[in-house]
Design a protein around this ligand. Structure first.
Ligand SMILES: Cc1cc2nc3c(=O)[nH]c(=O)nc-3n(C[C@H](O)[C@H](O)[C@H](O)COP(=O)(O)OP(=O)(O)OC[C@H]3O[C@@H](n4cnc5c(N)ncnc54)[C@H](O)[C@@H]3O)c2cc1C
Length: 258
């Protein structure tokens, strides 16, 4: 199978660098073909702007959505964006790997999403009607592919527990897993999170890579997180709220997981 790792860490000799190298070796040893988008090494341009199209804005000023659509549909995207979209189409599974910085992904990776996820590619896909609100949340361009996060965090696991001070890790990762990965169609398998990453020694690193290897071995077989499908009858359209009879006692992020 084809695996794309989109990797965001500025230092090759970091813990993330070591985990990324391990993941590549492990996946290749299992017979997979791996590509890595090493965003810092590529000097990835993170900001979405008028320079993302090879032609001038179609309107009187730059419009981040409409100019994206125009460039995508007419072949005017810059080569770096088109190349990353081609890697996404090539991949059977996509791994986003990053250190948690300020409760989210490093800016360079967010900028990869903002630029590569073009209008008509990752959003604005499919028809809108009374029963179908676009191809998204379980449908879309990237449907049929798998995705997984590999994340390191300085905080302890207890800090990210259901009553931990940082908020539950599933909640913190929800906008990435549900909003960035499930939205354009990926089946998202549970994340691999290394907590208290600053406290790493050779013994713990060996345990961590052993556990990561086991997770990579099930990348294509593990049960995805059961996010609810938008167009399968559980949501009112166009309000896109859960129907009253679905998870009536739940609200917030957890309500969108069956
Ligand atoms: C701007 C910023 C914001 C942050 N925000 C958050 C936040 O919101 N929440 C949070 O929890 N944390 C946060 N942190 C902490 C951050 O998540 C961790 O610093 C990061 O995850 C550690 O990953 P790293 O790859 O940079 O590790 P490194 O600093 O490279 O390494 C961590 C430890 O692993 C050891 N190590 C590295 N490679 C190996 C190896 N091959 N074998 C054995 N040991 C090894 C190192 O010696 C070191 O002790 C933040 C940090 C920064 C800089």
């Amino acid at each position: 199978m084809n695996v794309l790792i989109v990797y965001a860490h500025p230092e090759p000799r970091s813990l993330n660098g070591a985990l990324k190298n391990f993941a590549v070796r492990h996946l290749e040893a299992a017979g997979h073909t791996v590509q890595v988008s090493d965003l810092y090494a590529m000097q990835w341009k993170p900001q979405r702007d008028a320079g993302d199209s090879t032609v001038a804005p179609i309107g009187p000023h730059f419009d981040a959505s409409l100019d994206s659509k125009h460039a995508f549909q007419n072949g005017f995207q810059t080569a770096d964006i088109a190349a990353e979209q081609a890697k996404l189409r090539w991949a059977d599974a996509v791994i986003l790997q990053f250190p948690m910085w300020w409760f989210s992904m490093p800016a360079i990776l967010k900028g990869w999403v903002e630029r590569v996820y073009a209008y008509s590619f990752a959003y604005g896909v499919g028809e809108h009607s009374d029963t179908h609100w676009g191809d998204r949340y379980g449908e879309g361009t990237l449907a049929g592919k798998r995705a997984m996060l590999i994340v390191t965090a300085g905080g302890w696991e207890s800090h990210y527990s259901p009553r931990g001070i940082n908020g539950p890790i599933d909640d913190i990762l929800f906008p990435i897993q549900h909003g960035i990965l499930y939205y354009p169609g990926f089946d998202v398998v549970p994340p691999f999170v290394t907590f208290r990453a600053g406290r790493m020694d050779d013994a713990r690193f060996a345990q961590t890579t052993q556990a990561l290897g086991e997770r990579l071995d099930t990348l294509f077989t593990a049960e995805p997180i059961p996010f609810r499908r938008q167009n399968a009858g559980e949501y009112e359209i166009p309000a896109l709220t859960l129907r009253a009879e679905v998870a009536p006692d739940q609200s917030g992020f957890a309500a969108h997981i069956a």
